[in-house]
Ligand binder design. Sequence first.
Ligand code: FPP
Length: 253
Amino acid sequence: MEDHPERRVPRSAIVPADDHRPRHVAVIMDGNGRWARERGLPRIEGHRRGAQSVRRVVKACADAHIRYLTLYAFSTENWRRPPGEVRALMELLERFLKERLGDLKKHRIRLNAIGDLERLPASVRQTLDRVCRATSSYTEGVLTLALSYGGRAEIATAVRRIAREVRAGRLDPDRIDENTVTAHLDTAGLPDPDLIIRTSGEMRLSNFLLWQASYAELWVTSTYWPDFTEQEFFRAIDDYSRRRRRFGGVADA
Ligand code: FPP
């Protein structure tokens, strides 16, 4: 656990030199349900408050010049939740997309989505398409929403895509390497995450970006997602900027 609430980090301190700043931050937003239960509120109230945290973190990323932000908003496993909760989450997502389009435009952030998007309700898919198209020319930042997403399913889909190319005679099986797999994932074109933040204290990846997370730094806080503040986000970035990443090699002397 790397949460030090006593250490408050001023915003200026977390816009360090480019080489110490993560290029890509991914977040496992967890604890909405527990946040609500502890307050005697319905779970959806936790998700509603969680949507406000999303807004804060998108802005914090723009302020800190972190170019890529990926949020685990709905997993393949989340379809097993009660239908009322799934419906409420989809409505919340759609409302978020409609209401936040202005912010994305203001910060010139492109919206991107990964996952089995075909499973989403038609109106969510249409709104998602519309916002992705409306922001497609922006290059200041990329906000990726993982929706109906599972890391294993993504890898299986990539394998199917590769197999089809082999069958069509466009790809020699002996030339398949890590880059081939990377290029066939939903995240093709995005850099691997440098930092993965998880809220609510669980020490798991929960099927999130399994291939891409190989060398990601992990930062876990016990804070529930609805309580996750800009200040805490900056603390995670500050902590990341002090780490030495070796990628399996040895640290510089
Ligand atoms: C985990 O909390 C969170 C989710 C399953 C959904 C995340 C959704 C949001 C933050 C709101 C909408 C998203 C966007 C992008 C606007 P949990 O319900 O698993 O919490 P628990 O583990 O305490 O039950």
